[in-house]
Design a protein. Structure first.
Length: 222
C-alpha cells in the first residue's frame, strides 16, 4: 500500500512539472469589496458595485432588470452580442464566446445592494466604469498575456515577494506572465500570487496590491 501511495505521489509531481506546477499554485477567491477589483489568472476582471439600498420603495427585481438591460445594451452596441450573462448561452457558445461584460449576481442585505460584474479584459472594465476611474485619478485599465502585450514595460520593477530590483529586459522574457496596467488608485486582488510590480505599486499581500492615482502602475502575475 505504501508503495502504491508513493507511486501516486511521484506521478503527481511528474504531472505537476509538466503543467508548470499549476496543481500546487495557491488560489485566492473573489470577495465583493468596495473600491477594488479581482483579476483572474487569464486577465479577466471581476468587480463589485456596492451602493446604499435602504429606502422601502427600492426594488431589487427592478434594479436587476435595469442592470441586465444596461449590460446587454453595452455588449450588443459595441460587440454585437445580445446577452447580459453566460447563463443565456448554450454549452457550445460558452466554449467559443467571451462576453465583454457578464452580470454575475445582484444581492441586497443590511441596507446595501451589491452588483457583481465580470469583464473580459481591462479595456471592457475601463469603458464601462469610465466615470469612476476618472474620479480615482485615471483613464486606463489594460490586461494581456505578456507575450502578446501591446504595452511595453516602462520604469523600475521590483519582486513582489522580497522587493529586490528586477531588470525590465529579464521580465520581458517571462512571456507566460500576465500584465495588468492601471493609471488610477484602487486595491487589486489576484487569483494567484503577484510576481512583480513597478516601484510605485504597494504590495499589501501575496495576492493584493494598491495602485497610485495618475501614474502608470504595472503588475505582473501568473
Amino acid at each position: 500500500m505504501k508503495k502504491r501511495i508513493a507511486a501516486v505521489l511521484v506521478m503527481c509531481l511528474f504531472v505537476c512539472g509538466l503543467c508548470s506546477c499549476s496543481l500546487m499554485t495557491k488560489t485566492y477567491n473573489f470577495t465583493a469589496q468596495e473600491n477594488s477589483i479581482y483579476v483572474h489568472e487569464d486577465g479577466q476582471i471581476t468587480a463589485a458595485i456596492i451602493e446604499d439600498f435602504e429606502k422601502d420603495y427600492y426594488d431589487v427585481s427592478e434594479l436587476l432588470g435595469l442592470a441586465q438591460n444596461l449590460v446587454q445594451e453595452y455588449n450588443e452596441t459595441y460587440y454585437g452580442l445580445p446577452y447580459y450573462t453566460y447563463s443565456q448561452l448554450t454549452k457550445e457558445q460558452k466554449k467559443q464566446m467571451l462576453l465583454p461584460i457578464s452580470l454575475e449576481s445582484v444581492d441586497s442585505s443590511n441596507g446595501k445592494v451589491t452588483l457583481v460584474l465580470k469583464y473580459a479584459n481591462g479595456s471592457a472594465f475601463a469603458d464601462f466604469n469610465g466615470i469612476d476611474i476618472k474620479a480615482a485619478g485615471g483613464t486606463t485599465a489594460y490586461t494581456s498575456q505578456l507575450g502578446s502585450s501591446k504595452m511595453a514595460l516602462q520604469g523600475s520593477f521590483v519582486s513582489a515577494k522580497d522587493g529586490s530590483a528586477l531588470m525590465v529586459e529579464e521580465l520581458q522574457k517571462k512571456t507566460d506572465y500576465y500584465l495588468l496596467y492601471l493609471d488610477f488608485a484602487t486595491t487589486v486582488y489576484f487569483e494567484h500570487e503577484v510576481q512583480a510590480v513597478s516601484n510605485n505599486v504597494t504590495v499589501v499581500a501575496n495576492n493584493a496590491v494598491q495602485t497610485a492615482a495618475g501614474q502608470g502602475n504595472y503588475i505582473l502575475f501568473k
